[in-house]
Design a protein around this ligand. Sequence first.
Ligand code: 5GP
Ligand code: ZN
Length: 219
Amino acid sequence: SARDGLGAYIAKPETYPPNVVVYHNADFVAIHDMFPKSSLHLLLLPREQTKTYLHPFDAFEDAEFLEKVKAEARKLRKLAAGELRRKYGKGSAQEQARQTALSTNPPPDELPQGRDWEQEVVVGVHAVPSMNHLHIHVISVDRYSDRLKHRKHYNSFSTPFFVPIDDFPLAEDDVRRDPTKEGYLKRDFTCWRCGRGFGNRFVELKQHLEQEFTEWKKL
Ligand code: 5GP
Ligand code: ZN
């Protein structure tokens, strides 16, 4: 079924081009999400067969496995941050074009250290995954994408439905284990950046996300 779609990357990562499979090693495959919900959206797929069909909450009960996943996720997050820096950061083509437009002065030889792009990338899982194979989202915070088409798309990354990897192991009584957690997806919209509320007005939210994206990337 379509829910098994991530299995092929785990089985034969070497058959995909680099714009699909970012890298692979014995234990993990890193891919681009086919329907990205932000300007950069990657998935980390553990290849461990005894874990791949488990719910993430159960897979991460294994402390040794959890540490391995966290370490690999840190690697991928760094890589993602580098990608954002190339796309939007000081010294990027976009930034240089802007500087040239602003001033006739030549750019300084020493580029400033600049922004910590790792802060702009979050890592976590959905409380109720839709795809069967264990996967971890590594996603830029902007939530700016043509593929973000449904209200549940936004809320699945913007409410406690999204569980950061560093929150594991989850406490026994963690509210996110609650079976009614799908209610998070129906919550009123809140802008991830400024906190403004948008009720259930998705079109307005999308327009606002575009404005926030413009500000965020050039900050
Ligand atoms: P979930 O909601 O299960 O945590 O997220 C699954 C993710 O997998 C979604 O973001 C979705 O866009 C992505 N996805 C679904 N099918 C495919 C596929 O065949 N290939 C890739 N690369 N990503 C997929
Ligand atoms: Zn906002």
